[in-house]
Design a binder for this molecule. Structure first.
Ligand code: AMP
Length: 401
């Protein structure tokens, strides 16, 4: 952050979209913690800090009479946690672009922090409304975007607002800087071999990522539900496993392209199969291309684990996006856990660079308390996926031009 912030009013877009319990207490403060370095630096440098964020989807979950459910979605719920973490009393304004926040901003002193109300209380936020963006911008001197989790959205407070500032008046915060820096370690001149581990439910969600990876990865490990489309496309029997029939042709094309480019694609040779989609199901281990009718693959098997681990342990750069099985159910979590441990081991013992870049693999790594054992855990699932796919993120483009 190269901005001169002393005595300046700085609007900071953060991502405080955190989970709350039924008493509206924060149950996971990862995103709040991720925003602290930027806020603390601005406070220490004498800025008047104006924080804004969205929380949930208030426009999609209106009260019966069509009004906003303020009680549920107010950002005021975040104030106690944030005040504690910043060791200061965070002020709160009960509107986003209205008179209350405008007055509170005017009164702010250097080093003080004000949180304004949920940006999505305004209809214009997700529409990228110019007027709302202008209203947000006109009350402050500078703009900092540190909300990596919403950097792939062209919303009023994440991207459009930046148009009202000169290049010298806007910047990323430390979180976005770190996310980009770490993603670029995979994308630009990575240490080789580079292994990408791609899992999760559907091929269709990861097509762009897979296509791009084939251009620069050495190995691509494919696990999770999406593996079965690849296996069936090659003539395997996958029973009742998750398959996207309309993506089988694409799967064959990807395999052919990988072969042409010398990229090794690793599919699970065996699977943990179940007779129903349930943790109580009967379970067997079976070759992935030989799954009986009415059974479905819900996790990678021991043979697949061994192969994947050996590839991971010989890699210098590792990118992981998506679980290896239905890890939410304890009987099908083992494959994901073992892969998480292998990634942590390759990082700690072999000095590999490892980036965990996607929602559910992040949840898996955190569940296993291995977050500190890998090189970087991204805070932005969708945003990281789009960045890795090579898309220009609106929240980043708005700053860099
Ligand atoms: P994604 O959001 O695309 O990364 O997908 C994550 C979801 O994929 C998780 O909810 C997993 O339960 C699910 N998943 C992983 N493996 C399988 C599988 N073999 N069959 C069905 N769903 C799966």
């Amino acid at each position: 952050m190269k901005l001169k912030v002393k005595n300046k009013k700085v609007l900071v877009r953060v991502d405080f979209n955190v989970p709350l319990n039924s008493n509206f207490e924060v149950t996971d403060d990862t995103r709040i913690r991720a925003a602290l370095p930027t806020i603390k630096k601005l406070m220490a440098d004498g800025a008047k800090v104006v924080l804004c964020s969205h929380l949930g989807r208030p426009q999609k979950k209106l009260n019966d009479d069509g009004t906003i459910n303020r009680k549920k979605f107010t950002l005021k719920h975040i104030v106690p946690t944030l005040s504690k973490k910043l060791e200061t009393e965070v002020q709160f304004a009960e509107d986003t672009v209205g008179p209350k926040s405008t007055a509170a901003i005017k009164k702010l002193k250097a080093g003080e922090v004000l949180l304004i109300e949920n940006t999505r209380f305004e209809k214009g936020e997700t529409k990228g409304d110019e007027k709302m963006a202008h209203d947000l911008a006109q009350r402050v001197d500078l703009y900092v975007n540190d909300a990596f989790g919403t950097a792939h959205r062209a919303h009023a407070s994440t991207a459009i607002v930046a148009n009202f500032f000169l290049p010298k008046e806007k910047s990323f915060g430390y979180l976005i800087e770190r996310e980009i820096e770490n993603a670029n370690k995979v994308l630009n001149n990575p240490k080789r071999p580079l292994t990408a581990i791609v899992g999760g439910a559907k091929v269709s969600d990861k097509i762009l990522l897979l296509e791009r990876l084939i251009d620069f990865a050495n190995n691509i490990i494919i696990g999770g539900g999406m593996a079965y489309t690849f296996v069936k496309a090659q003539g395997g029997n996958v029973g009742n496993s998750l398959v996207e029939d309309d993506r089988m042709e694409l799967a064959l094309k990807l395999l052919a392209k990988a072969k042409e480019k010398g990229v090794e694609i690793c599919l699970p040779v065996d699977s943990i199969i179940a007779d129903q989609f349930s943790n109580e199901a009967k379970i067997l281990t079976m070759e992935t291309n030989n799954i009986p009718k009415d059974w479905m693959g819900l996790d990678i098997g021991p043979g697949a684990q061994a192969k994947f681990i050996s590839v991971i342990e010989s890699s210098a750069t590792i990118l992981w996006n998506g679980p290896m099985g239905v890890f939410e159910m304890s009987n099908f979590a083992n494959g994901t856990q073992v892969i998480a441990q292998a990634v942590a081991k390759a990082t700690a013992e072999k000095g590999a660079f490892s980036l965990i870049g996607g929602g559910d693999s992040v949840a898996a790594i955190n569940q296993l308390e291995l977050g500190s054992k890998v090189s970087f855990v991204s805070t932005g699932g969708g945003a990281m996926l789009e960045y890795l796919e090579g898309k220009a993120l609106p929240g980043i483009k708005a700053i860099t031009g």
